[in-house]
Design a protein around this ligand. Structure first.
Ligand SMILES: [Zn+2]
Length: 318
């Protein structure tokens, strides 16, 4: 690392434009990235750019990739209000609601317009369906401008999640992998899922996080919240995670906190329903279970048990 002294040490910086929203040094500007209608309806992405008075890293915080995951959306409103650009070194880009069709349509995972999952269509297409056009705009207007990206999720309307973070070391670039690990520890969740199975082709990156990661921008996906609810504790968890990362990157001065004893989860499995019917869980988020423990039963629509679902290995219910 070079230490630069003299007049260059506090570098001025140029204005930053994100999809038509321009913030000069020391400014906080909000507006919309417009997604014009094409083969289906138009959409817009509310964005705030907070440009620090002096130069430094650019952090993008993205909420609402899945529209019913609302705790991060509420949290970014508080982050916007609390950020003081005059005190900042660097820039924070806030994407308040990435997936407006899903948010306004109250859908889980899928857009009500094109039935696609925004977090599976990256890097997007300029002339695609609305989810693909949103992904294209976030790739080219937000991720392209950022040095670090946090895609802020929560348990969707059907997901009773305990908080955790995805770290995805792909082994392609040691710096990106290692800084993403630091970001995960800075965010503050002590449970970190190691996901090595993301695609490695930047043109088929699929996920928000992976789109950044493959462009050598350290990135994590966080899960802070459950069941599509704006629970105060989870809103605060998102605000706290955002500011921990902001301080870790040196964008704001203050104590840097990092998780010291993380639980690294290298083996995870998403269990699929063995049939169609009604799910009756027998465990809660955060429970630990032995291999073979009953996790829940599937009944038909009348209440008669059709199948049992058991833990495939000993672990914790995320
Ligand atoms: Zn999600």
């Amino acid at each position: 690392m070079a230490v630069i002294a003299g007049t260059g040490s506090i570098a001025a910086q140029a204005p930053l434009t994100v999809g038509g929203i321009t913030a000069r040094p020391g400014e906080k500007r909000s507006g919309f990235i417009e997604i014009p209608a094409a083969r289906d309806s138009a959409s817009r992405i509310p964005v705030t750019v907070v440009r620090g008075a002096t130069a430094g890293p650019v952090l993008a915080l993205i909420a609402g990739t899945h529209g019913s995951e609302v705790a991060p959306i509420v949290a970014l409103q508080r982050v916007r209000a609390a950020l003081d650009p005059a005190a900042m070194r660097g820039t924070v880009i806030l994407v308040h609601v990435a997936n407006m069709p899903s948010f306004l349509g109250r859908t889980i995972y899928y857009s009500p317009v094109d039935r696609k999952n925004l977090n599976r269509v990256y890097p997007g297409k300029r002339d695609g369906t609305v989810s693909e056009r949103i992904a294209f705009a976030i790739t080219n207007d937000v991720i392209a401008r950022a040095d670090y990206v946090v895609d802020m999720h929560a348990g969707d309307g059907n997901e009773s999640l305990r908080p955790y973070t995805y770290w995805s070391p792909l082994g392609l670039d040691a710096r990106t992998d290692s800084l993403a690990r630091e970001l995960a520890l800075a965010w503050g969740h002590d449970h970190i899922v190691i996901d090595r199975d993301r695609p490695t082709d930047p043109e088929q990156s699929l996920y928000t996080q992976n789109t950044a990661h493959l462009r050598r921008k350290p990135s994590v996906t966080t899960e802070t919240g459950y069941l599509g609810l704006p629970v105060e504790e989870m809103i605060q968890g998102n605000v706290s995670g955002a500011f921990r990362v902001i301080r870790y990157l040196g964008i704001l001065a203050g104590p840097v906190e990092t998780v010291r004893h993380a639980v690294w989860l290298s083996r995870t499995e998403v269990l699929r329903s063995p049939g169609t019917g009604v799910w009756h869980p027998r465990v809660e988020r955060g429970h630990t279970v032995q291999e073979g423990a009953l996790l829940g039963v599937l009944t038909d629509f009348f209440g008669d048990v059709q199948a049992e679902v058991r833990a495939p290995f000993t672990g914790e219910v995320l």
